[in-house]
Write a protein that binds this ligand. Structure first.
Ligand code: GDP
Length: 429
């Protein structure tokens, strides 16, 4: 079966000419689809008419569930395309129209995009939450409170001689700003995890040449329970593998690469390796001898777990986590990529570690764009919170705050603030 969706003002006319009349709204109707040019039968199909504005795009929509062969789809598309005012949609145009018609805001649009590209269960759940308006609902609440604060300040500035305006607005404005600032800080605190769920937690494999980094990466890639995609890294000298660990997305980065070539390149490789280690969520330090990593790796930032490799060579029997060697911030592991010993223990510990990073409340911010908007909002609120500020300056900071929210949701409106002033204070009648 194939589904062809259509949206726009010409839907009713199109259905009448191709499906022999307008089907009952929101009902699946079996119809003979005919070419309006000569009346010839194209297919028998289920047709659903979804009148606007309560549709995905906010416009009249139609859905044709036809037989899935290429010939049927091609013939139906040809007929639809020939209807006056009908054309093929651009990529993403349905969601674009939903946004333009106010059915979705920008964060919900991002949720739709994330749901379409979700690879793991945690990504799917997070995208659904966002598509369902998790962040936009919070943003709408903050916006209302800030508009109220702006209305108070601007009413005090502009209409101070009117009777209905409260004498002093400073205290109420301060309370509103502090409440929003507290909530924004909470949401921002969970944002790192939200971005990680979306983009994947990064684990860098580091260690001396020939420690077994590439072999471990290859071993993990071949485990069909874990592997999602196998993609080349952004630079020639790193290789990345995306894993699904208990629903959480994990990107394993092999930083080996350039070391085996001449000295200048080797230096560059080491520099990149160090930088990669600094931005990863976790470093696995692989070494055949089980030696601890150099100090600069340990102090680079993320936790470092020591992994002794190739234990089949030393005929070690233990494959469980041993004690933590000095100078590292995580457990030590022993494994053999050759025999598979210790691999499950390592994967189990990684899963537990990623789960332990999750905040108690689900993350609402999932992208850097959203985080930057909220950081701008937070900065504006901190500035607006100063009690002894002149009202004009406060008004300006509050305006910056609502601008930041407007760019988060993709909505900007000046009528809102005027509406708030007049509805709250009955000024001007
Ligand atoms: P890298 O430079 O750290 O990426 O190291 P490689 O993964 O290229 O491994 C270096 C050598 O060690 C290769 O010849 C591998 O076959 C070998 N090797 C890697 N892992 C194991 C292992 O678990 N057991 C044994 N016996 N050899 C291994």
């Amino acid at each position: 079966m194939a589904v062809i969706r259509a949206s726009g003002p010409g839907i009713r006319f199109g259905l009448e000419s191709i499906a022999g009349g307008l089907p009952a709204p929101r009902r699946a109707s079996l119809r003979s689809l005919r070419d309006p040019a000569d009346g010839s039968l194209i297919d028998q199909a289920i047709v659903i008419f979804l009148p606007g504005p309560a549709s995905y795009t906010g416009e009249d929509c139609a859905e044709f569930q036809c037989h899935g062969s290429r010939a049927v789809v091609a013939a139906l598309l040809r007929c639809l395309d020939a209807l006056p005012g009908w054309r093929m949609a651009e990529p993403g145009e349905f969601t674009r129209r939903a946004f333009d018609n106010g059915r979705l805001d920008l964060t919900e649009v991002e949720g739709v995009a994330d749901l379409i590209s979700a690879e793991t269960d945690a990504q799917r759940r997070q995208a659904l939450r966002q598509m369902d308006g998790g962040l936009s609902e919070r943003a709408a609440g903050w916006r209302d409170q800030l508009l109220r604060a702006r209305a108070l300040v601007e009413a005090d500035l502009d209409f101070a001689d009117e009777d209905d305006v409260p004498d002093s607005v400073a205290a109420e404005v301060g309370d509103l700003v502090a409440a929003v600032e507290r909530q924004v800080s909470e949401v921002l605190a969970a944002s790192a995890h939200g971005e990680r769920i979306r983009d994947g937690f990064e684990v860098a494999l580091l260690g001396p040449p020939n420690a077994g980094k590439s072999t471990l990466l290859n071993t993990l890639s071949r485990r069909d329970v874990a592997i999602v995609t196998d993609v080349p890294g952004t630079t020639r000298d790193t290789l990345e593998v995306h894993l699904d660990l208990g629903g959480l997305p994990l990107t394993l980065i092999d930083t080996a690469g350039l070391r085996e070539t001449d000295e200048v390149v080797e230096a560059e490789g080491i520099r990149r390796t160090r930088r990669r280690a600094g931005t990863a969520d976790l470093v696995l330090w692989l070494d055949e001898t089980g030696r601890a990593p150099p100090d600069d790796i340990v102090s680079a930032g993320p936790p470092v777990w020591c992994v002794q490799t190739k234990i089949d060579r030393i005929a070690a029997s233990a494959s469980q986590a041993a004690g933590s060697p000095d100078g590292t911030s995580g457990p030590a592991f022993q494994l053999s990529a050759a025999t598979g010993a210790g691999i499950d223990t390592l994967l189990g510990a990684l899963t537990a570690h990623l789960l332990s990073l999750a905040p108690t409340t689900p993350a609402l911010v999932t992208r850097a764009r959203q985080r930057l908007c909220l950081e701008r909002l937070q900065a504006a609120l901190v500035s607006a919170g100063g009690d002894d500020l002149p009202l004009e300056i406060r008004a300006e900071h509050l305006r910056r705050g609502t601008d930041a929210l407007a760019s988060l949701t993709g909505r900007v409106g000046v009528e809102d603030i005027l509406g708030e002033i007049f509805s709250s204070f009955c000024i001007g009648k």
